[in-house]
Design a protein around this ligand. Structure first.
Ligand code: GUN
Length: 283
């Protein structure tokens, strides 16, 4: 069994990003990411801090907008509009979830799709599903593809099961695997018999947010397992997979922490650099 070491692979990517930032700076471009956090969801605060710290460690400027819970949708739209037209900003990220009084779909659609480093804008989602290369890809599934690639895992023809059908992970993950030539099933909360799918799977991406969802008796020998879960149990971070027992049957498995999480952040930095390079090209 081989551990899919996201910490190690993401560090390599970050080292490459540092060099790209240096080149951009030599061309008078300072890559910059605007991060907007509305309200005080503690998990979101941690994620946002990790993202801004990672930017700074690679020489990318990050500007954090911490808005209070009572911020109105119009106020948020006004800030996004200002950032859309600010030529010194390459990426705009609005941390989700948003407070209930704000319509997330309207917010996502208001972001300039050329600065949508999360890859959530319907225009970028459309490019992904049409397999048109060059758009921004959502960071978590893009990071998973890179992680699997780093271990020379061939995806073409693989029987893959994605558990979870969110817009952030499950759906774009399935689209990316399909674009790579895998045969993909998407399972979710309404799936009647999860085992029916997982027992046949050669690759399982588990993104359901449910502790111990994937157990050893649900997988076959040699399976490749990617755990996207971030759950806290008695203050300890755990994934969706019963790692101790599933790892005994798996050929490759990603740990939590140190698997998908650092890859997600590396992809956000990569998307920001991609946008900064576009700025350089446009002169
Ligand atoms: N909330 C959970 N994951 C993400 C993400 O990748 N981007 C944003 N903006 N919000 C999230």
């Amino acid at each position: 069994m081989t551990i899919l070491d996201g910490k190690k692979i993401s560090q390599k990517i970050k080292d490459e990003i540092k060099q790209e930032v240096e080149l951009l700076r030599q061309n008078s471009i300072l890559p910059a990411l605007a991060v907007i956090l509305v309200g005080d969801n503690p998990a979101s605060k941690t994620y946002v801090t990790n993202k801004t710290k990672a930017c700074e460690s690679c020489g990318i400027k990050s500007i954090l907008y911490e808005l209070n819970e009572e911020t109105t949708q119009s106020e948020l739209l006004a800030l996004i509009n200002t950032l859309n037209y600010d030529d010194s900003i390459d990426g705009i990220l609005v941390q989700l979830p948003l407070p209930k009084h704000i319509n997330k779909d309207i917010i996502i659609q208001s972001i300039n799709s050329n600065k949508d480093v999360d890859g959530f804008h319907p225009s970028n989602v459309g490019f992904l599903h049409s397999d048109i290369k060059g758009s921004f890809l959502p960071c978590t599934p893009a990071g998973i593809i890179e992680l699997l690639r780093a271990y020379d895992i061939k995806l073409s023809g693989l029987n893959a099961v994605v558990i979870g059908a969110s817009n952030i992970v499950g759906k774009p993950m399935a689209a990316m695997l399909l674009n790579e030539g895998a045969t993909v099933s998407i399972c979710h909360l309404q799936t009647k018999d999860l085992s029916l799918y997982t027992k046949e799977a050669e690759l399982i991406v588990c993104a359901a947010g449910c502790v111990n969802l994937l157990k050893a008796d649900m997988v076959k020998e040699g399976v490749i397992v990617v755990d996207v879960g971030i759950n806290k149990v008695n203050g300890v971070l755990v994934g969706d997979v019963d790692f101790q027992n599933v790892s005994k049957k798996a050929s490759f498995i990603s740990p939590v922490p140190g698997g998908v999480g650092p890859m997600t952040i590396a992809m956000l930095l990569k998307n920001t650099i991609k946008s900064a390079k576009n700025r350089l090209k446009q002169g």
